[in-house]
Structures are given as structure tokens and as C-alpha cells.
Design a protein around this ligand. Sequence first.
Ligand code: TRP
Length: 363
Amino acid sequence: MAKEILLTGDRPTGQLHLGHYVGSLKKRVELQDNPNYKLYVFIADMQALTDNARDPEKIRRNLIEVALDYLSVGIDPNKATIFIQSQIPELTELTTYYMNLVTLSRLHRIPTIKSEIIDRKFGESIPAGFLAYPVSQAADITAFNAKYVPGGEDQEPIIEVTREIVRAFNSIYGDILVEPKMILSENEVCRRLPGIDGNGKMSKSLGNAIYLADEPKVVQKKIMDMYTDPQHLRVEDPGHLEGNIPFIYLRAFCKPEHFAKYLPEYDSLEAMENHYQKGGLGDGKVKKFLNAILQEELEPIREKRHYYEAHIDEVYDILEKGSIEARKVAQETLKKVREVIGIEYFQDTTLRQMYHEKYKEVK
Ligand code: TRP
């Protein structure tokens, strides 16, 4: 049986953080090991340029950072194809054809785009390329015939637009594009991990992220600074769990075996939560437990990163090989797309014949 294709990417505007990790990176590593799937992972530098056109250096500086993060979490170049978006020019041509199948008002209505326009304070000055990035994302996905896109919740409305473009394309030109579905984390907390300050989701622009590359001391400091329950002043006071960041993170990271190892007085997260709500469990203790768990999870990632940091040429090789391999696949899709639209004029003998017939009499 042919393998099902999974594809996903990240904008290189900064290092990747715990939100990326629980929302998508972990899933990718798990799926790359499944023989039923083939995984493509790419660095979306063209998409990053849609709101950073005047600061390309930022993208250049973060390109290898993202590659290092991929390799350090265990995305394996022998199993997955890792590539750079801008090295596949076929994607831009596909984008041009897809652009005709979606309206400007549809793009304006995408919730993710709406909130990004507000976050970036574009006002009325929205770069056309930014508004259209969901169209180029449709090209990324369809070029590789991807059926599944692992990612965070915020990607869902964008993938919906890909599906609309695919349906429109297939109904007009012929059934050649694959309609993708998202793969979200089963754990709801992981789909939208909040930042350490409790203000919305973790993001580099909000400055509330724990990065995969953070050193142990930095991770610990960020955990100690986490937003908890402002009404929980003394240990004896009853505490609240809503919006309590250490508890939300425990729901994302804590496994039963962590209790025996680091906090044997509780046998489950529920028991710990109950105690906190009743009163008698201090935030410091919760944070210490979370710190032990996160340090354990991040240590092997950091170690792997240090290896690749010392072997940058290896990282470049992986990206270059991956980009060459990916380009071949995109070229095949583009060829089919051009054929069904009917613009492969020099190969299209039927069109030539049609003109011969039409002007036969003229001679
Ligand atoms: N939008 C994604 C992000 O913000 C990056 C991305 C670009 C992507 N093209 C994609 C993700 C295709 C999944 C599939 O990080």
C-alpha cells in the first residue's frame, strides 16, 4: 500500500518552543516511525517573509535555529524529508493558479488571519502576500499530496481554505489534488499551550515562551515566574486551577510515573489538584515538580541540539538533500496541474491539431 503523506512546517522567525513541541513536534516524531506514513517537514521562510519583508535578516538568522530544533527533538532525516520552502520555486507557481480560486473576502474572514492582522498592527496596510499566505500554504500542502497536516489549533481555519481550493480545483480541472485533514494533539491542553504569563497562547511575539533550546537555569526561572492564582496567598488558602499555568502545564507534561519519581506523596494529578483546591499545597512545590518534569523532558533535546550545533555542515547537508528530494515531488505535481489546466502548449498535440483543422481551408 502506498504511504499516506504527512506534511507540516514552521516559520523561521525564532526558535521553537514548548507550544510547538506539544502541539506538533512530538506528533511528527511519533508518526515518522510509523511505516504507513511518509513525513515532510519544512521551514516556511517564504511565509515568514510575508510579514517580515523588510527584515529578511531575521529569517536568515532563524533558519538554522529551526532546523536545529527539528533535529534535536528527533525528526530523523533518514525517515522524514526536511526542506526549505523557498528552494522549491514550483510552490510559487502553484500559488498563482490557486489564487484565482479564492476570494479576498474569504481570506479576510479567516479567524487566524484576522487575529494576526491585529497582533501585527497592520491596520489598513496589510501586505497582499500576507493576506494570501493561506493560498501559498495550500500550495505547500497539495504539492506533496499531503493527506494529513499535524499542527496547532490555529492552523485549522487555514487548512479549511486549502480544502476549499482543492475542491474548487478538482471540480473545474479534474480530480488530481488531495484534500488534507489536520492532526491535532489528543490532549486538549496541548493544542493551545498558554504562555508562562497566562496571557493567551505561547508565542515568541508575546515574550512568554519556554524555548526548547533554553538552558536549565532559564527554564527553572521561567517556571518560578509562572502566573498562578493571585488569590492563593498563603499555602493554607484554597487555590484555583483555572488559568493556573503550572497546573495547565502539568496536564500537558505529567505522566503517572513522575509522581513515584519526584512527588510520591501524591499518586495522581487529580489528587494533587484536589489538595491545591482545598488548601495546603503551595505554588512553590507545584513549580518544583513541574521543573523536575520539564528538565527531564528537555535534557535529551538539548543534548542532541548541542551535537548538531557543533556539526552545522551536517545540518546544511540535510537541508540541501531534503530540498532536492522535495523539489522532485513538487515538480511532478506542478506538471500535472499545468496539464489539466491546459497550458502545456508545446506538449499538447490535440490543441495543435485543433488549429490545423480550424485553418485548413485558409491555405
Ligand atoms: N503556518 C505555519 C506556521 O505559522 C507554517 C506553514 C506554512 C505550514 N505552510 C504550511 C504548516 C503548510 C502546515 C502546512 O508556522
